[in-house]
Design a protein around this ligand. Structure first.
Ligand code: GCW
Length: 711
């Protein structure tokens, strides 16, 4: 390999660096295969696609690739739709108009006018843009060009980022600085970042952005803010991205001067209708509303003894099905309801299946509690066949080490998507529910809670951008493997050197499991510090019961874990057979979810032959060891990475190792007060006392408003 020092990079360019191809045979092949471009760009979207293509080619191939009018030589790249290009219309590709649909594309190498050409074609302009980005990924990952035949179309319709960004610039659960949206200077000043944000999203097929926090501020729906939103929407439009806003249910009172927000009150429905008309007058392609209602203190239809369906349908009528959708969040639970929090969404929503209007989707978190390092899949998947269910995952790492810990989350997203619900017999995966294929829904989608902020490298940790990338790739095609996504991202973000890619990929693939082990092994969950969720807090027993940790781990002198079998909360009954029986039985329940579903005696023999207590000690230590392994792997990769990014990752891994030990020691010491058993001597013993860990205080943890830290 080339040993000269690499120029420092700051991560701003993400996976769109278009680094020159240095491998000589690959470069030579590319320069032969691509000598000029025929690309008539008659619309804004085609123009940005052409610009991306030509700039990227020049950077990758380090030669100028002219745009010409006609195919006159071998190596011509032809791009467009049958409408934008008579050449493409003439080719009558069999994939058009059929399989690729409205957003897909085809990339083929074939003769055109007797010359060897590469054709990127789609039915729509945005399909061409996606095809261009796919082709550029192909080049960036040094794949061969000789026999191209790629046909690709997204499996879901709404592929969206949910920004939990507040109007004051803070981001709820954001760890990469402040909001990208500079509301104060909008609409007159459009930061260059907005365009790069749109490019990055388009490059992975993301087509929707919810600009505001689901804990919503009604002000976003006032005219001055709508003008700001319109400026962003205008910019994003060329990149195929529609904007959505969060609708605060009580907005008719707060900004509309009404005395009620009752969804069945005529004046309330009329207010929302007028508001929707106002929005569409300035943002003609406005996507719709995302709503968090009657959850964690947010207003909603229950305040008026109305159902979620009443609330969602009222907004859906205001938007109208030909204009936009209501995305109603299924993250609903209430501490006044005595039942297990894990069961509440099903209890509330399953009876309403079939009552939602055609332009309503329900957005369901991957698991029934809250983005924990590991959860079983949400039992709503498969339980509401008459309603389109979107999958919501968290890209920001609220419960997985913020932007300090390296945790590659594609395996976590895949775990949910690949899970078999058995709702229509074996092979009814969550992915089949989510993409609409199982129940024949035309509307489908995936939402990722964004980890993007104002940090120069966008996501804080240099590896955190991989999760943004992975989310987009999986929303487009949930069948791609975590390995392949990591592989692409590494090659595009760092280098194509096989030695680098091989070990960095292995490190990424093991990273999420490492976090599970040192934070919440064996199905433990929600044992983080109160409120900000930074660090361990298994002892938290004050405040709202369903926000404490003792609610979830249920440690006592007999054992550990939440009994959700029929002898306990019976949450297992919300799953279909045979999964239900599998998890109900202590002997067949997967051990990585054991303490989620069972209260298990400390001396219970685990599959390893260890007792539960010893296994817990083993898992926590294994987690810490895995981080040390990551440190060693990364140290060996120094020659392949520029100094700035190398040191950034190295420093963060050092913090991660410290925090993994903190988690291990604090949790084991705490659980030991119940088990009364020793931590086996083969393991490192805790560095401090339990009191020490319990008394640690952290002020101004990112991702939470300052006022929460005031006493
Ligand atoms: O994960 C929890 C977070 C809240 C968040 C909520 C939600 C936006 O702790 O900060 O609020 O989920 O998803 O609504």
């Amino acid at each position: 390999m080339d040993m000269k020092p690499l120029k420092s990079e700051d991560g701003y360019e993400l996976w769109l660096r278009y680094a020159p191809v240095t491998d000589a045979p690959t470069l030579a092949a590319y320069r032969t295969a691509i000598t000029q471009v025929v690309f008539d760009a008659s619309s804004p979207t085609l123009r940005v696609a052409r610009e991306e293509l030509t700039l990227a080619l020049e950077s990758l191939l380090e030669i100028s690739v002219p745009v010409v009018k006609q195919v006159v030589q071998d190596g011509t790249l032809v791009a467009g739709t049958p409408r934008s290009s008579s050449l493409i219309a003439e080719l009558a590709l069999q994939e058009l108009p059929g399989p690729v649909g409205d957003e897909g594309f085809v990339i083929v190498s074939r003769p055109v006018r007797t010359r060897d050409c590469i054709v990127i074609a789609a039915n729509t302009d945005v399909g061409v843009l996606y095809g261009v980005f796919h082709f550029l990924r192909h080049l960036q990952t040094h794949r061969p060009l000789d026999t191209l035949h790629i046909v690709s179309a997204p499996k879901t319709k709404f592929r969206m980022l949910n920004h939990w960004d507040n109007l004051d610039g803070t981001i709820e659960r954001g760890y990469a600085g402040f909001s990208l949206w500079d509301w104060h200077k909008l609409p007159d000043y459009l930061a260059p970042r907005y365009r790069d944000y749109a490019r990055a999203n388009a490059s992975i097929g993301i087509n929707g952005a919810v600009l505001t926090n689901v804990n919503a501020n009604a002000l976003i729906l006032t005219r001055p803010y709508l003008r700001k939103v319109a400026a962003l929407a205008d910019l994003f439009r060329s990149y195929g991205i529609r904007v959505f806003l969060t609708a605060r249910f009580s907005a008719p009172i707060e900004i509309g001067g009404l005395s009620t927000a009752d969804p069945l009150a005529v004046e309330v429905a009329a207010w929302w209708k007028e508001k929707a008309d106002e929005i569409y007058a300035i943002i003609p392609d406005f996507g719709g509303f995302v709503v968090k209602a009657n959850s964690e203190g947010q207003p909603g239809p229950h305040d008026y003894d109305r159902s979620h369906g009443d609330g969602a349908n009222m907004l859906a009528r205001a938007l109208t099905a030909d204009r936009g959708v209501v995305i109603w969040r299924a993250f609903v639970y209430d501490d006044k309801v005595p039942d297990d929090r894990a069961k509440q969404a099903n209890n509330d929503l399953v009876p309403q299946d079939g009552s939602f209007l055609e332009n309503v989707l329900l957005q369901v978190k991957n698991g029934p509690i809250d983005f924990q390092p590991r959860e079983p899949y949400h039992p709503l998947f498969g339980s509401m066949p008459k309603t389109p269910l979107m999958l919501e995952v968290q890209i920001t790492q609220e419960y997985l080490g913020n932007a300090t810990h390296l945790a590659y989350l594609a395996p976590m997203y895949k775990e949910t998507l690949d899970a078999d619900t058995y709702c229509q017999g074996p092979g009814s995966q969550v992915a089949d529910v989510v993409d609409g294929s199982l129940d024949g829904h035309a509307m489908s989608g995936m939402a990722g809670v964004s980890n993007i902020g104002s940090d120069r490298n966008w996501c804080g940790h240099p590896f955190a951008a991989a999760n943004w990338f992975a989310f987009g790739r999986l929303a487009w095609d949930h069948q791609v493997s975590s390995e392949d996504i990591a592989d692409d991202w590494l090659r595009m973000t760092f280098t194509n050197d096989e030695d680098f890619v091989g070990s960095a990929r292995a490190m990424m693939l093991a990273s999420r499991e490492a976090v599970v082990r040192y934070m919440t092994p064996l199905g433990l969950h929600h044992i983080m510090a109160y409120g900000h969720h930074y660090g361990p807090g298994p002892w938290v027993d004050q405040g709202r019961a369903d926000w404490t940790c003792v609610y979830y781990h249920r440690a006592d002198s007999r054992g550990l874990g939440f009994d959700r079998t029929p002898t306990g909360s019976d949450a297992v009954s919300q799953y279909f057979s045979p999964y239900r029986e599998q998890i109900s039985n202590l002997d067949t329940c997967p051990e990585n979810l054991l303490l989620w579903f069972h209260h298990v005696p400390w001396q219970h023999p685990m599959k390893s032959g260890r007792t539960l207590w010893d296994e817990l000690c083993y898992q926590y230590n294994h987690g810490v060891e895995s981080v040390r392994q990551m440190q060693a792997t990364w140290a060996a990769l120094a020659p392949y990475v520029d100094a700035a990014r190398f040191e950034h990752v190295q420093d963060l891994l050092r913090i991660q190792e410290q925090e993994a030990r903190w988690w291990r020691d604090a949790c084991l010491l705490y659980f030991q007060t119940f088990s009364r058993l020793p931590i086996p001597l083969e393991y490192e013993q805790p560095a401090q006392s339990l009191d020490y860990y319990r008394n640690l205080k952290h002020y101004y943890v990112p991702g939470i408003p300052e006022r929460r830290f005031r006493s």
